[in-house]
Design a binder for this molecule. Structure first.
Ligand SMILES: O=C([O-])CC(=O)C(=O)O
Length: 162
C-alpha cells in the first residue's frame, strides 16, 4: 500500500473511522506505514511475535495485543530487523519494546506504549490472527490500518486520499 498519506487527512475524509486512543510512542525511522492487519494476542511472551516477524510479511502490519503489560519487551532489535527484511510494513504493540536506540536507526516503524529492557518468555503462548481490541479500537485480521505521527486508524476498506 502507498504510505503517502496523513491520518488527519484520512479521518477528515472518513470521520467515522475508529482511531486508537492509546498514547502510543513511535520507534524507528519510518513514522508512516499502512497495510492489512495481522494479529497476535500474547502476554509477556513473544514467541509467536518472533515466529511471525521471521516469516514473510507481504506488506502487512502486525498488531500485537500484549494486554498493555509493561513487564517485558515484545519486540527488540533482532525481531525488528527480521520484520523489516521480511517485508512487514510495521508493528503496533499494546505493550513495550526494547533496544529502542538500535530500532531508532532502522528504516522501519513500530508503535508501542514504551520500553522495558527485560526480555519476554519464548513459550509461544498466545493466539494468531484473532480479533484484538485496545485503545477503543477493534483490529480484525484483514482490516486496513494506517499509522503515522498523529495516530492509528483502522478501516474495513482502504481509505482513498482525495
Ligand atoms: O528476543 C527478544 O525477546 C527481543 C530482542 O531482544 C530482540 O528482538 O533482539
Amino acid at each position: 500500500m502507498n504510505a503517502d498519506f496523513a491520518t488527519a487527512d484520512l479521518i477528515d475524509l472518513a470521520p467515522d473511522t475508529p482511531s486508537c486512543q492509546l498514547p502510543l510512542q513511535h520507534f524507528g525511522r519510518r513514522p508512516r506505514f499502512c497495510g492489512r492487519v495481522r494479529t497476535v494476542r500474547c502476554f509477556q511472551d513473544n514467541g509467536l511475535v518472533k515466529q511471525l516477524l521471521n516469516s514473510p510479511g507481504n506488506g502487512d502490519v502486525l498488531v500485537v495485543d500484549g494486554g498493555g503489560s509493561r513487564y517485558s519487551a515484545l519486540v527488540g532489535d533482532m525481531i525488528a530487523e527480521a520484520a523489516c527484511s521480511n517485508g512487514w510494513a510495521g508493528v503496533i504493540v499494546h505493550g513495550v519494546i526494547r533496544d529502542s536506540v538500535a530500532i531508532g536507526q532502522m528504516d522501519f516503524g513500530i508503535k508501542a506504549l514504551g520500553t522495558n529492557p527485560k526480555k519476554s518468555a519464548k513459550d509461544s503462548v498466545g493466539e494468531v490472527d484473532v480479533v484484538v481490541c485496545f485503545g477503543e479500537v477493534t483490529f480484525t485480521p484483514g482490516d486496513y490500518v494506517y499509522s503515522d505521527e498523529d495516530g492509528v486508524l483502522v478501516s474495513k476498506a482502504p481509505i482513498e486520499a482525495a
